[in-house]
Design a protein. Structure first.
Length: 216
């Protein structure tokens, strides 16, 4: 298989990754039992508990979606034009590994393997690094004269802290300080997933243009 074919496969993985991960999350919210998940009373990860009927769907979707994102990050790496873009790709890679970790180290995984709970650290890696990946890579895009895509990357990154800040402000003085926690989680996941789709479509268009250029 040629390098061009591997690149095409990697871009296809980038298109599929957010569809798989976000699709699994959305479908899980529709199938979850009320005692397992409600938008007001639970976090998204509660759908990944072993006893939940959405256990395989939720965790499997996160793991598969994250694994699909890894080859796409490789495609971005070899297409990077600056150290800033490469740093953004590294952050994207680590965030993606965090997403896989959320599914692998589901809530309550210590009853089955490992004595240390790694769910919270994995979630912090994902939610914490995802916006920085978008800001750094977006800045690299702007410096490479891809201003429109760069601005989109940066603004989708800004969605993350805005969602969390809005949720924190809404909980001031509330009787249930952790209510609606799933909402900023979902907003952040959507912002990251949409960013991956934007990058994948952009890379697909560039690769298509390159294939149609006449040979010199």
């Amino acid at each position: 298989m040629t390098v061009r074919n591997w690149r095409r496969i990697a871009v296809t993985c980038g298109l599929a990754a957010p569809v798989v991960a976000l699709g699994a999350i959305v479908l899980a919210t529709l199938l979850a039992a009320p005692e397992t998940f409600t938008w007001r009373g639970r976090a998204l990860s509660d759908m990944g508990r072993y006893e939940a009927r959405t256990f395989r769907l939720f965790n499997g979707g996160l793991i598969l979606g994250g694994l699909l994102g890894i080859p796409f990050a490789w495609r971005l790496w070899i297409a990077s034009r600056s150290s800033l873009e490469r740093l953004g790709v590294v952050l994207l890679w680590i965030a993606t590994v965090g997403l896989v970790g959320v599914g692998v180290f589901f809530i309550g995984h210590t009853e089955f393997y490992l004595g240390t709970d790694l769910h919270a650290p994995a979630a912090l890696v994902y939610f914490g690094l995802a916006p920085f990946a978008q800001w750094v890579y977006g800045t690299g895009q702007i410096l490479a004269d891809e201003r429109r895509l760069g601005v989109v990357s940066i603004w989708l990154g800004i969605v993350h802290p805005l969602a969390w800040l809005g949720w924190l402000l809404s909980r001031i003085g509330a009787s249930d300080p952790m209510a609606w926690f799933a909402v900023p989680e979902m907003v952040a996941a959507l912002a990251f997933g949409c960013w991956i789709l934007v990058l994948a479509f952009g890379q697909y268009r560039r690769d298509s243009r390159d294939r149609t250029k006449p040979a010199r």
